[in-house]
Design a protein around this ligand. Structure first.
Ligand code: ADP
Ligand code: GLC
Length: 501
C-alpha cells in the first residue's frame, strides 16, 4: 500500500470527537479506536493520525490521563481566522492532534446546549466551526504527519468540507468519507455560508442540496469514496426509505459498508475498572456483582429470579425509546426490571420519568452521561434493549455481547448485521447471537421481552449457552480494520471515483 514515493501511506482521520478525549456517542468510540486498529493491521504500511478540536473536555481528559499538551509548532493559515495552533500529546500509538481556535472550540459543550453530535439545536456557527477543522486538516496535514498526506479519512458532516477544500486547491489527494449517521447533514443558509472556507463555486455547487446548503451533501458528491458503518445501512441509504433525498446520489456513487468493531480493551469484563468484580465466559459469577451495583445505583430492588433489562442510549427518536412507554406499565406482568440511562430530548426524558414512576419501583431512569454506569448497566443486565427505528451500526449491542448480556434489537442497519436471531429452534441448536423484535412498535417490544423471559425461565441451559457463546464472538476491530485497509489500498493505488466501481 506504499504510495508512489515509497514509505507508509499517511492517513489523516478528521472528526469531531474521539475517545479518550471527548465523547457524546458512538462516533467517539470509532474515531478513538479505528486508527490504532489500522496501525496494528497495517503492520508498517500505513501511518495514522487524527485531528480533533481542542475542546475544554480534551484538556480535562489529558489532565486525567497525566498527559501534557505539547505545541507541535504548526500554525495552520486559515482564510477567515487567525491564531490557529495545533497541539499533541506524547503517548504510544497513532498521533493525535488538537486544533486550538479561541472562541471556536473552547465552549462548555462540544456541539451546543444539547450535548450531542446529533443535537437538533447546536451552536449557531457549528458548520463554520467544523469547516475550520477541515481547513486546518488540509492546510497543516502534511506538516503534522511529517510528509504528504496520502488519504484523508473524514468522519460525518463535521469533516465533510475536506473533499471540497481539496478540490478548491486542485489537490488530487483522495478522501474517504465515512457516514456514521445520514440523519445529520450540517445544513447551512446563505448567511452561514459566508463564514465557510469553501469557494463560492463549492458553496453554490456540490454543497447545495434541495435548495439548502449542506456540508454532508458536498462531501458525498466529492469524496473519492463513501463508506458507512454497516453493510445493511449501506444498502438501506441507497433507497428512499433511509436515504431520503440523498438516496439517488448514494446509489449513483455507491457506498461501502464496514460494520464497526468494539474496543475490546475498553469492553473486557475480566479487566474493566468500571465493574465491581471481574468475570468471563468461564466464570460468570462477577456478572451478578455488576447487576447488583447497577440496580442499587437506580434504587431498584433486585429479584434474583427476574430478568434485568438495560438501556443505554441517546434520547432521540432514532433509538425508539418511546416504545419503552408501552413496556413500563406491564413490567410487573412480564416479570422483569428495567434500567434506563440516557441523555437528550427533554420531552422524552419527562415521558420516561412518568412511566418509570408508574412502574411500581421496577424501573429506574437516570438522565445524564455516565461512562462507568453505562458499563455496569450493560455488563450487569441480562438483556440489553436496542429498539432503534434505524441504526447505522450501533455499539451497545456489541458491548452487551462482550459482557454476556443478550442484545434484544430491532433488526435494522448494523443491528441486523451484528445480532442474529435464528428463532427458538436455532437457539436450541446452539446458533444465534441475540434476539429480534419483529417491528419497531411497543407491542413487538413487549412480545420480544416476554419471549426472552420465557426462554430464560423454561430453558436456562439454552439461555446460559447463548450468553457464553456471544462473549466469544470476534467483536473486535481486527476484521473491520482489514476491510478499511483494502479500501485504502483501492483508493490510493488508482485514485479517482472509479477506483471502487
Ligand atoms: P450513537 O452513536 O448513535 O449514540 P452507538 O450505539 O453507536 O449509538 O454508540 C453510543 C455510545 O455512547 C456507546 O458507547 C454507549 O455506551 C455510549 N452512551 C450512550 N449514551 C450514554 C450515556 N447516557 N452515558 C454513557 N454512555 C452513553
Ligand atoms: C452513529 C450511529 C451509530 C454508530 C455510530 C458509530 O452515532 O448512530 O449507529 O454506531 O455512529 O459509527
Amino acid at each position: 500500500m506504499s504510495p508512489a514515493g515509497g514509505g507508509p501511506l499517511r492517513v489523516l482521520h478528521v472528526g469531531s470527537e474521539a475517545l479518550p478525549w471527548c465523547k457524546t456517542g458512538g462516533l467517539a468510540d470509532v474515531v478513538g479506536a479505528l486508527p490504532a486498529a489500522l496501525q496494528v493491521a497495517g503492520a508498517g504500511a500505513v501511518q495514522l493520525a487524527t485531528l480533533l478540536p481542542l475542546y475544554p473536555q480534551v484538556r480535562a481528559a489529558a489532565r486525567a490521563l497525566g498527559l501534557r499538551l505539547v505545541d507541535t509548532g504548526a500554525r495552520p493559515r486559515l482564510r477567515n481566522r487567525r491564531g490557529a495552533k495545533v497541539w499533541t500529546v506524547r503517548r504510544p500509538g497513532p498521533a493525535v492532534f488538537f486544533l486550538e481556535l479561541r472562541g471556536v472550540f473552547d465552549r462548555p459543550t462540544l456541539y451546543g446546549p444539547d450535548q450531542s453530535a446529533y443535537a437538533a439545536q447546536g451552536y449557531e456557527d457549528n458548520v463554520e466551526r467544523f469547516a475550520l477543522l477541515c481547513e486546518a486538516a488540509v492546510e497543516a496535514g502534511d506538516q503534522l504527519m511529517g510528509g504528504p498526506v496520502g488519504l484523508f479519512h473524514a468522519h460525518d458532516w463535521q469533516a465533510a468540507a475536506i473533499p471540497g477544500l481539496l478540490a478548491d486547491r486542485g489537490r488530487a489527494t483522495p478522501s474517504l468519507l465515512t457516514v456514521h449517521n445520514l440523519a445529520y447533514t450540517g445544513p447551512f443558509g446563505p448567511t452561514e455560508a459566508l463564514g465557510l472556507p469553501l469557494s463560492a463555486a463549492m458553496v453554490r455547487g456540490p454543497y447545495q442540496h434541495g435548495g439548502r446548503g449542506s456540508l454532508l451533501a458536498g462531501g458525498l458528491a466529492l469524496a473519492t469514496a463513501i463508506s458507512t458503518v454497516s453493510p445493511s445501512y449501506a444498502a438501506q441509504i441507497q433507497g428512499p426509505a433511509e436515504g431520503g433525498p440523498f438516496a439517488p446520489l448514494l446509489a449513483a456513487r455507491g457506498v461501502v459498508g464496514v460494520a464497526n468493531g468494539l474496543d475490546r480493551a475498553a469492553w473486557d469484563p475480566a479487566r474493566d475498572p468500571h465493574l465491581p468484580q471481574p468475570f468471563s465466559a468461564a466464570d460468570l459469577s462477577g456478572k451478578g456483582a455488576a447487576r447488583r451495583a447497577a440496580l442499587a445505583h437506580f434504587g431498584v430492588l433486585d429479584a434474583p429470579d427476574e430478568l434485568v433489562l438495560g438501556v443505554v442510549a441517546r434520547l432521540v427518536p432514532q433509538k425508539g425509546l418511546d416504545l419503552l412507554l408501552d413496556l413500563l406499565p406491564v413490567l410487573h406482568q412480564v416479570g422483569a426490571r428495567l434500567l434506563i440511562l440516557g441523555e437528550g430530548d427533554a420531552g422524552l426524558a419527562a415521558a420516561l420519568r412518568a412511566g418509570v414512576e408508574g412502574s411500581r419501583r421496577r424501573a429506574g431512569l437516570i438522565v445524564g452521561f455516565d461512562e462507568g454506569l453505562a458499563h455496569r448497566i450493560i455488563a450487569g443486565a441480562d438483556v440489553l434493549l436496542v429498539p432503534s427505528r434505524f441504526e447505522p451500526c450501533g455499539l451497545t449491542q456489541l458491548a452487551a455481547q462482550a459482557t454476556g448480556t443478550v442484545p434484544l434489537v430491532h433488526p435494522t442497519g448494523g443491528l441486523r448485521d451484528t445480532v442474529d436471531d435464528p428463532g427458538d429452534e436455532g437457539l436450541r441448536a446452539g446458533r444465534g447471537s441475540g434476539l429480534w423484535m419483529g417491528a419497531p412498535t411497543g407491542a413487538a417490544l413487549v412480545a420480544a421481552v416476554q419471549r426472552a423471559v420465557t426462554l430464560q425461565r423454561a430453558e436456562p441451559a439454552v439461555w446460559d449457552a447463548l450468553r457464553r457463546r456471544i462473549m466469544g464472538l470476534p467483536l473486535g476491530w481486527e476484521a473491520p480494520a482489514q476491510a478499511y485497509l483494502a479500501l485504502y489500498g483501492a483508493l490510493t493505488v488508482a485514485p479517482g471515483p472509479s477506483a471502487l466501481a
